[in-house]
Write a protein that binds this ligand. Structure first.
Ligand code: PEP
Ligand code: MG
Length: 764
């Protein structure tokens, strides 16, 4: 059967290699012409020579861990295959198809195995079976076909299948016979950087036939191309002193590369970009990152193989890093385990902090170990190399602040404050959620800004915003490729600049001081991002957190459940807190009017009723803040009430921002700070109930022409959640600084997929 009649659906009969080549031919890519002997031919040959019996008796009770046994079994089976005869009618068909490739003459062909379990997304069987090059006449072609079939039973292939739990009898072999490309240049291409998972196309190119390069015998040039901007980012030119070429009678021979060419660039910039474009199109066609082999002959670029990349995981972690993690786990003593809440690895001296102690005990580079962090601990947290807490879930205070600071954090570690001892040297692994004994040498920091500024990112239709906490970090983060700040939590200004309860300051006649300090912090962030909008969220401390601020005890009631207590908007409309909220508004007004920062807008947290929003807008008007083209009022969608009443709330605001941390907590009835529920999986933004709530909000807000964004940490943590949001039509996504670059690529890819699906469904 001709390759061009195949597609990916034919993997079961044509094997991955042939089916993919057929798919590519059908999609208009230049693939060397050829034909395939499907698994039907394999079965026919097996039957004709009664090979099933040989197979069964040899494989039965085979000890796959014994090298000698593997060798012997392989020899027995392969000999039986190669001594077999191809049925006459099949032989005639093969020779006929072969002749067609040479337009009457016998052409040089490659005979390539195409196993039905090869080139599948989950398990790369690459290189497990044989390939024969430069086959030049019918007799050797038929011998090579049999050798290909028998190569399904090399010792290596048998043990590989055993290790992956593939049933031997289910794996069959198709064979591709394809016109040889006499390549002047050849190589491979990855449509994603398999190490960093950045949106780069990595091309390796060398002179001559690809076998030397694929087999690692020569060092190729490496080019890195920015996938979205079609720009060459980096070139590493190798010194290739020899290459493989086709000899007189078709065999591969080694020949020297002239000195001046050896050190030269193997492909021109134009060719690099042309190849990258092919890579991009192939990835678009398959809708996933691909590993491609290519060859160039007479200036024509051919695709000789393409398969999905199997080493890039869909989630946040690459397979490589997981393997590293496992290696690390087995070689180190784990002291405590919890939830990995902020990635990175860092070591230092343990400082156990208990309530009432001076925060000064935490010195630069220490590992802060405490029951749970509170907002007043932020100054000490900024000095810590890593944070470990007994309590807390993925969105607790420690987790949020650590992510913002770019330091590793493990939460919900149960007894860290007792298991770890003051002064101990430890390493915190924030991804895996473990603390090891001793200080790890190769620390890995999530260097958000360093990555972001050296990398170009795709433009997305979804607005990309940033979650900013500590104002001191704003100038650094302003270099990130974002369109503004989607969430600036004012609590960080209280902990960094004010450090006292606002009501205490007001009662002492120090309102101006309060306003000035808040305005100073707002100014730093507003200026750093100017003219991009900075959405400042007014205070959302809970009573227990306010209570712990200097002078707070007098103003804060003791609540049983502060998380669902007197927080957010409900405070602003209460007489006992109103003045403190007005001070926040005055600080915003000051930043906008006196500092000229018209990019500072307002967002209200923990909104429960339309009525309170109306009252708050009135208070804003009273200090001179009016909603307009350059002053927007956003509402956080955290309490399910706002979801159900989306259209009513849409009448009183300029936009919604989903607080998925609280929305998950309240929809699932799962305390976000509960390590128990977190570990049991109850607190998970990807739950269908939350997704349905979000879909409902977007639909109804859009009906009223009001945009919806998200600032909870869900899309920063789960790429598939970000994709879900894109599919639902979210307008903006606000991300944690450490995940901006990677998330933008995910979001862009999701948008492309969506577009492609729309185009395809239109064509149907
Ligand atoms: C949220 O609830 O998702 C949110 C962003 O607010 P916070 O985490 O500060 O409660
Ligand atoms: Mg919230």
């Amino acid at each position: 059967m001709s390759i061009k009649n195949l597609g990916v659906d034919d993997i079961p009969i044509a094997g991955g290699k042939a089916a993919n080549l057929g798919e590519l031919t059908g999609a208009g890519f230049d693939v060397p012409p050829g034909f395939v002997l499907t698994t039907e031919s394999y079965d026919y040959f097996m039957e004709h020579n009664d090979l099933t019996g040989v197979l069964e008796s040899t494989m039965k009770d085979l000890d796959v861990n014994s090298d000698a046994a593997l060798q012997e079994a392989s020899h027995t089976i392969r000999t039986a295959f190669e001594k077999g005869t191809i049925p006459k009618d099949l032989e005639v068909e093969i020779v006929e198809e072969y002749k067609k490739l040479g337009k009457g003459k016998y052409p040089l062909v490659a005979v390539r195995s195409s196993a039905t379990a090869e080139d599948l997304p989950t398990a790369s069987f690459a290189g497990q079976q044989d390939t024969y090059l430069n086959v030049s006449e019918p007799k050797s072609l038929l011998i090579c076909v049999k050798k290909c079939w028998s190569s399904l039973y090399t010792p290596r292939a048998i043990s590989y299948r055993a290790s992956k739990d593939f049933d031997h009898s289910k794996v069959k072999l198709a064979v591709v016979v394809q016109r040889m490309i006499n390549s002047e240049q050849s190589g491979i291409m990855f449509t994603i950087d398999p190490n960093s998972e950045l949106p780069h196309i990595i091309i390796e190119a060398g002179y001559g036939l690809g076998e030397a390069l694929v087999g690692g015998k020569v060092t190729p040039d490496t080019y890195v191309v920015d996938k979205f901007h079609r720009k060459i980012l980096n070139k590493r030119i190798s010194n290739q002193s020899w290459k493989l070429v086709r000899g007189e009678s078709g065999e591969c021979v080694r020949c020297d590369v002239p000195v001046d060419k050896a050190k030269g660039q193997k492909l021109t910039d134009e060719q690099i970009l042309e190849l990258a474009e092919i890579g991009n199109r192939i990835e678009m066609h398959y809708d996933r990152p691909m590993d491609i082999e290519w060859a160039m002959e007479g200036g024509e670029m051919y695709v000789v193989q393409a398969r999905p990349i199997t080493t890039v995981s869909v989630g946040n972690d690459s397979k490589g890093s997981k393997e590293e993690d496992n290696k690390m786990e087995s070689s180190r003593t784990i002291l405590v385990k919890g939830l990995g809440a902020s990635p990175g690895t860092a070591g230092g001296v343990v400082r156990i902090y208990n309530e009432g102690m001076s925060l000064d005990i935490v010195k630069q580079g220490d590992v802060l170990v405490t029951q749970m962090t509170t907002p007043d601990m932020v100054p000490a947290m900024t000095r810590a190399a890593a944070i470990v807490t007994d309590e807390g879930g993925m969105t607790c205070h420690a987790a949020i602040v650590a992510r913002e600071l770019g330091i590793p954090c493990v939460v919900g570690a149960t007894d860290a404050t007792t298991s770890l001892k003051e002064g101990m040297e430890v390493t915190v692994h924030g991804q895996m959620g473990v603390v090891y004994e001793g200080v790890e040498k190769n620390e890995e920091k999530p260097a958000a800004v360093a990555v972001a500024t050296s990398v170009s990112v795709p433009v997305t239709a979804t607005k990309i915003m940033l979650n900013v906490g500590v104002p001191q970090k704003a100038t650094e983060y302003a270099d990130l490729p974002v369109q503004g700040v989607g969430l600036m939590r004012i609590e960080f200004l209280f902990t960094s600049y004010v450090q006292e309860h606002p009501c205490a300051l007001i009662e002492q006649g120090r309102e101006d001081e309060l306003v000035n300090k808040l305005a100073q912090g707002i100014g730093i962030v507003g200026k750093a991002f100017f003219p991009r909008p900075v959405i400042l969220r007014t205070s959302d401390f809970k009573t227990n957190e306010y209570h712990d601020m200097k002078g707070g005890a007098k103003y804060e009631p003791k609540e049983q459940n502060p998380m669902i207590g007197w927080r957010g908007c409900s405070r602003y409309v209460t007489d006992s807190y109103r003045a403190a909220f007005v001070a926040e508004l005055k600080a915003i007004k000051k930043a906008r009017d006196e500092m000229g920062l018209k990019n500072v807008w307002v967002m209200l947290p923990f909104v429960r009723t339309v009525d309170e929003v109306k009252k708050i807008e009135k208070m804003m008007n009273e200090v001179g803040l009016y909603r307009s083209r350059d002053f927007k009022l956003y509402l956080m969608a955290e309490v399910p009430a706002i979801i159900f009443m989306a259209e009513e709330f849409a009448e009183v605001c300029d936009g919604f921002s989903i607080g998925s941390n609280d929305l998950t907590q309240l929809t699932m009835g799962a305390d976000r700070d509960s390590d128990i529920l977190g570990k049991m999986g109850y607190f998970d933004e990807r739950n269908d109930a939350i997704k349905r709530a979000i879909g409902h909000l977007i639909k109804h807000a859009h009906k009223k022409g009001v945009p919806v964004g998200i600032c909870g940490q869900g899309p920063s943590v789960y790429p598939e959640f970000a994709e879900f949001l894109v599919r639902e039509g979210i307008d903006s996504i606000s991300l944690n600084p450490d995940t901006v670059v990677k998330s933008i690529s995910n979001i862009a890819a999701a948008e492309q997929r969506l577009l492609l699906e729309a185009v395809r469904s239109q064509k149907r």
